[in-house]
Design a protein. Structure first.
Lengths: 250, 400
C-alpha cells in the first residue's frame, strides 16, 4: 500500500437548500492508494452526502475534494472515468437482463466491442450470476441485485471503488462473496472507499477509518490509533458507540 | 391508439367537413299556394341531387303546422312553406312594378300606389342545423324566386308591349348570362383540394398523437430516474448529451413511425371505410421534411417535460394538458380561420399550428418547399431550443 493520498477531502461543507444545519461540516480526511477506507457514522451523519459530492453528483458547498490529484468541481468527468461507484440504491435497468444491463454500461464506459463479452462473462462468473445472465433484473433477489450493482461499478477496471453500503439487505452468502471480492481487489491495488453501518464487517475489512457524526469528523485513523486517542475500548463498535452515543438516530 | 384516434376523429368529423353540395338532406315542403310559384320551386328542388322534398306525412299532404312540429321535434332539419295565394300576389306585385315603370316613362296611365304586403315564404329550421346548410337552403330558395320573378317580369313587360300570345313571347334564359365558377386556388398548375375530414384529421391528429410521445418519453425517463438506472448513467463519465440525444433519436423514430402509420391509414384504410382517400399533394420531399420537423418538435417538447418535472404525476398532467392546449390553439379541433380574433392572434405561436399549416400547404395547396420553409424553420428551432434546455436542465440536476 502506497502512502500517497488518492482522495483528499479538505474543509468539505454542504448545506442543503431549506436546511439551516449543514449535512457535512468542515470535513477533512484522506484515503491512501491501495487501502480499504471505512467511512462510518450513524444514520444522517453525512456519509452518503460526502460520497455523492466525491462522485460529482452533488455540488460542493465549501471546501475541496481532490481525487487522483484532480479537483472534483473542475475535473469531475475525468475523475468519474477512473472510479467505480456502487451506490446505496440499486442503479440498474430492472426491465433488462443482467447481460443487457452490463453490455449497455460497458458501451457507456467506452469499452471496445470485442472485449465486452469477455468482461461481462468474467464478472458474472466471479459473482455467481452466470446462470442468471438472461434473467430480468426485476426478477433478481436483493442479494443478486447487490452483486450486479457492484459488477456495474467494476466493468471499466477503476482505480478507485466507492461503495455505499454494498452489503445492505443481502444474505450471508452474498455478503461474503462481496467482501471476498473487495479483498481481492485490494490485493490487485484497487483503492476502496467503503461506507457501512455494519461495524464488525468494517473492522475486518478496512485498514483505516473516518467516523463522522452530524456532518463532522469525530475520529480518524487505524482502529488502534482511534482506540488510543479516545480512551480505549475493545473494538470498533464500542468505540463507535462511545463517540456517537447510544441515542436513536433518524 | 394514435391510428385509432385518427380514424375515429375522421369518421366523427366527416359530415362536419362535407359541403352542403356533397350531402343530401330531407326538407319538408308545404304547398299552400298550389300554383306556378310553388310548382317552380318544387320542380327546381326535385331536380337537385342534394334536396329531397317531402310533401306528405302518413299519406296526407303536409300542413304548415305539422311541418313546424316535425322540425321542432328534430325529425327534419328544415321545412319550406309556400303560403296560399303566393303566385297571385307575386304576379300582381310584378305587374304593379312594370305598370309603375311604364307610367313613369310616359308609356301608360298613372296608377295608384299599392302597398300590399310582400309574399312571405317561410323557411323553418331545426336549431341544430349547421349554419352552412341553413345558408345554402335559403340562398337556393331566394335564387329560385329571383329566377321566377325575372321570368315574370319579362313576361309582363312583353304583355305591356302587346305580346299577349304565349307563342309570340321571347323566353330569356338568364342562367346563361353569367356563371359563377368555384375553383380551389393552388400554387402549382395542378388544382388544389378542398379540405375534408381526412385531409384535416390525418395531419392534425397525427401531430396531436406525435406530441403525446411525451407520455412514454416522460414516463420512462422519470421511471429510470426513480428506479436508479439514470443514476448509473450519471455515474458513468462523459457528456450527458449522449444520454439525452439517445432518447431523442429513439423517440423521434417512434414519432416518425407513428406518422407513417397514420398516413398509411389515410391512404389505404380510410377509403375502405367510406371516407375520402388522403391526398398527399405533389411535394414528397416537403412531406418528409415536415414530418421530420414535427417529430423533432414533438420529441424535443416531450424531452423537456421529462427532464424538467420530478414526478410522473407532474410531468404527465402538465404535459397532457399543455399538448391539448397547444393542439386547440394550433387548429387541430377548430380551423384557425373559424376561431375568434384573439385566438387567431395566439394560434401562430403553437408548434402544432406550424405543422398543420405546412401540411395544409402541401396537401391542399400543392405548395413548394420554399412556401413551407418558414414553418419548418420554426419547428426545427423549437426542437433545438427544447433539446438544449433539456440538456442544460439535466446537466444542472446532475450536480445540484
Amino acid at each position: 500500500m502506497s502512502t500517497a493520498p488518492i482522495i483528499h477531502v479538505s474543509g468539505l461543507t454542504k448545506v442543503y437548500q431549506g436546511s439551516l444545519k449543514p449535512a457535512v461540516d468542515q470535513l477533512s480526511f484522506s484515503v491512501l492508494e491501495g487501502e480499504i477506507f471505512g467511512l462510518l457514522g450513524p444514520n444522517g451523519a453525512g456519509k452518503s452526502t460526502t460520497l455523492m459530492m466525491l462522485c460529482g453528483l452533488l455540488k460542493i458547498g465549501a471546501g475541496t475534494i481532490q481525487v487522483f490529484g484532480l479537483d472534483v468541481n473542475r475535473e469531475g468527468a475525468e475523475i468519474r472515468r477512473q472510479i467505480g461507484v456502487a451506490p446505496q440504491d440499486i442503479a440498474l435497468f430492472p426491465n433488462l437482463t443482467a447481460r443487457e444491463n452490463l453490455i449497455y454500461f460497458c458501451r457507456m464506459y467506452g469499452l471496445k466491442r470485442h472485449v465486452i463479452h469477455g468482461v461481462v462473462h468474467h464478472y458474472l462468473e466471479a459473482f455467481g450470476l452466470l446462470d442468471k445472465v438472461n434473467m430480468r433484473v426485476s426478477h433478481f433477489s436483493g442479494g443478486m441485485k447487490r452483486r450486479l450493482n457492484l459488477i456495474a461499478a467494476l466493468l471499466h477496471h477503476p482505480r478507485l471503488l466507492v461503495l455505499d453500503e454494498p452489503t445492505t439487505g443481502v444474505d450471508v452468502q452474498s455478503r461474503n462473496m462481496i467482501l471476498d471480492y473487495m479483498k481481492k481487489l485490494r490485493m490487485e491495488g484497487v483503492t476502496i472507499l467503503y461506507s457501512s453501518h455494519l461495524l464488525e464487517e468494517a473492522e475486518k475489512l478496512c485498514s483505516r477509518f473516518a467516523i463522522i457524526d452530524e456532518g463532522r469528523l469525530i475520529a480518524a485513523g487505524t482502529l488502534a490509533e482511534m482506540l488510543a486517542a479516545n480512551g480505549g475500548g475493545e473494538n470498533l463498535e464500542q468505540l463507535f458507540l462511545h463517540l456517537t452515543g447510544k441515542g436513536i438516530r433518524d | 391508439m394514435p391510428v385509432a384516434l385518427v380514424i375515429v376523429m375522421a369518421l366523427i368529423q366527416n359530415n362536419t367537413f362535407r359541403e352542403f353540395q356533397e350531402t343530401r338532406i330531407d326538407v319538408l315542403f308545404v304547398d299552400e299556394d298550389r300554383n306556378a310559384l310553388s310548382g317552380n320551386i318544387e320542380g327546381s328542388f326535385q331536380a337537385s341531387p342534394n334536396i329531397h322534398l317531402i310533401k306528405t306525412e302518413s299519406g296526407k299532404p303536409l300542413t304548415s303546422e305539422a311541418a313546424r312540429q316535425l322540425v321542432q321535434r328534430g325529425d327534419y332539419q328544415a321545412a319550406i312553406i309556400i303560403p296560399a295565394q303566393a303566385t297571385v300576389t307575386l304576379r300582381k306585385k310584378t305587374k304593379q312594378a312594370v305598370d309603375e315603370l311604364f307610367a313613369y316613362y310616359g308609356f301608360g296611365p298613372a296608377i295608384p300606389a299599392n302597398d300590399s304586403p310582400a309574399v312571405e315564404l317561410q323557411l323553418l329550421f331545426d336549431p341544430a342545423i349547421k349554419a352552412n346548410y341553413k345558408q345554402a337552403l335559403t340562398s337556393a330558395v331566394e335564387k329560385m324566386v329571383t329566377g321566377v320573378q325575372a321570368e315574370w317580369l319579362t313576361d309582363t313587360i312583353q304583355e305591356q308591349f302587346g305580346g299577349t300570345e304565349p307563342k309570340k313571347k321571347i323566353k330569356i334564359d338568364f342562367s346563361r348570362m353569367i356563371h359563377v365558377n368555384q375553383m380551389i386556388a393552388a400554387e402549382n398548375t395542378q388544382s388544389g383540394l378542398a379540405i375534408n375530414a381526412v385531409q384535416h384529421n390525418v395531419p392534425a391528429w397525427s401531430m396531436f398523437a406525435m406530441f403525446f410521445i411525451l407520455f412514454p418519453l416522460a414516463g420512462n425517463f422519470i421511471k429510470e430516474r426513480e428506479e436508479g438506472s439514470m443514476l448509473r448513467l450519471r455515474l458513468i463519465s462523459g457528456s450527458q448529451f449522449p444520454v439525452i440525444s439517445g432518447k431523442f433519436i429513439f423517440y423521434l423514430f417512434v414519432c416518425l413511425l407513428q406518422l407513417v402509420s397514420m398516413i398509411g391509414v389515410g391512404l389505404y384504410v380510410m377509403p375502405v371505410i367510406g371516407l375520402s382517400k388522403l391526398v398527399l399533394g405533389t411535394n414528397g420531399l416537403g412531406v418528409v421534411l415536415t414530418g421530420l420537423a414535427v417529430a423533432m418538435a414533438a420529441t424535443g417538447y416531450g424531452l423537456l417535460i421529462a427532464v424538467y418535472f420530478r414526478t410522473p404525476q407532474q410531468a404527465l398532467s402538465f404535459g397532457s394538458i399543455s399538448v391539448v392546449i397547444l393542439a386547440a390553439l394550433g387548429g387541430v379541433w377548430v380551423p384557425t380561420f373559424a376561431m375568434p380574433q384573439i385566438m387567431q392572434s395566439i394560434s401562430p405561436y403553437s408548434p402544432l399550428n406550424w405543422g398543420l399549416e405546412a401540411f395544409n400547404d402541401l396537401f391542399l395547396r400543392n405548395a413548394s418547399t420554399s412556401v413551407i420553409l418558414p414553418d419548418l424553420v420554426k419547428l426545427v428551432c423549437f426542437s433545438l431550443v427544447t433539446l438544449a434546455a433539456s440538456v442544460l436542465i439535466y446537466k444542472s440536476r446532475t450536480v445540484s
